[in-house]
Design a protein around this ligand. Structure first.
Ligand code: DGY
Length: 327
């Protein structure tokens, strides 16, 4: 039988990706690989999904009940992101549409970035570079961009999944930090010991952290988990780093806290309504802003796309997708 027979399932790769991913999928499917740089609009996505049995998405395409209703042929939604707040998993399950994400492959890369962002924030690296580039450096001074220490400080981790644990390891083993964490459920003692972390409640975490790093998934329960009241509990010398999802932090309240120096500084890789950034955050100097790149090393992005492709092939060929969310 001709391997390019049109009876093969049709799949959409919804974002511009590594060409080898499309080639690999083409061995099994008729592939529509979207090549544009800007994401497809919701109506364009629905139009391109007509007749498709599967779709490879990133963390930004919205897959909800209305889309599923409009795309009745869809059987599998495979994301190359670990966070899946853009996908209504319950609606997919109700329609027997398989959903997968891409955990594991980005853990260490994302933890590296979280740590780097925390350090850049504590040591005022972006702020001082902008100042230098603006030609303002005239002399040395004892307090010139003096920040806070990372080594030996208290690292507070909000969310203790794979990435949280990888950040804890870096802090405890590499920088001699005292590590405290808060999570929906407490880790087993052996896992806590492995990353030298102690469990505390959220108010306590906010009170004791010199550097707070946020890595919780975004859900209705974590929407604005950190707002004005929570920021008010933090030390005025503390930093906050968010590599989770923008909606976990109330960006307006954070900008206000930074402006009034209620906390010392923040490092943000994610934003509510990104790629829009709250305008108040753009005007305060004590925040490091990056465009959602925590997992962006090329080997890791390739591994994420490969895992999504593996899930998609499995889902549509009767095998068990390795990281299905609703198997
Ligand atoms: C993830 O995988 O969830 C990253 O944030 C990239 O979207």
């Amino acid at each position: 039988m001709n391997s390019s027979s049109s009876t093969r399932p049709r799949v959409l790769v919804a974002r511009r990706l590594f060409p080898e991913i499309t080639e690999r999928l083409s061995a099994h499917f008729e592939v529509d690989a979207y090549a544009g740089v800007a994401p497809l609009s919701p109506s364009e996505l629905v139009a391109r999904l007509q007749g498709c049995a599967g779709v490879l998405v990133t963390g930004t395409e919205r897959i909800d009940a209305a889309l599923l209703e409009a795309c009745p042929a869809l059987r599998a939604v495979c994301s190359m992101a670990v966070g899946y707040n853009n996908i209504d998993v319950a609606a997919c399950t109700a329609r027997r549409v398989l959903v997968s994400n891409a955990p594991g492959v980005l853990t260490e890369t994302t933890a590296d970035f979280g740590f780097a962002l925390m350090m850049a924030t504590a040591r005022r690296i972006s702020e001082s570079e902008h100042w230098l580039r603006a030609g303002q450096w005239k002399q040395w001074s004892y307090d010139l961009f003096a920040g806070s220490d990372v080594h030996g400080a208290t690292l507070g981790i909000l969310g203790m999944g794979r990435i949280g644990q990888a950040i804890a390891r870096r802090g405890a083993l590499g920088f001699g930090m005292s590590v405290a964490y808060h999570n929906r459920s407490r880790l087993p003692p052996a896992d806590e010991a492995a990353v030298s972390a102690r469990y505390v409640d959220l108010p306590e975490l906010l009170r004791i952290a010199d550097h707070l790093v946020i890595v919780v998934p975004y859900t209705p329960q974590t929407h604005h988990l950190i707002g004005a009241a929570e920021l008010a509990l933090m030390k005025p010398t503390a930093t906050l780093t968010n590599i989770a999802r923008g909606g976990v932090v109330d960006d307006r309240a954070l900008a206000e806290a930074l402006k009034l120096r209620r906390i010392a500084a923040a490092g943000l890789d994610v934003f509510e309504g990104e790629p829009q950034v709250h305008p108040d955050l753009l005007t305060v100097p004590n925040v490091v802003l990056t465009p959602h790149i925590a997992s962006a090393s090329l080997p890791t992005r390739r591994a994420m796309a490969e895992l999504a492709a593996t899930n998609l092939v499995a889902a549509l060929t009767g095998a068990q997708p390795p990281t299905a969310l609703n198997p």
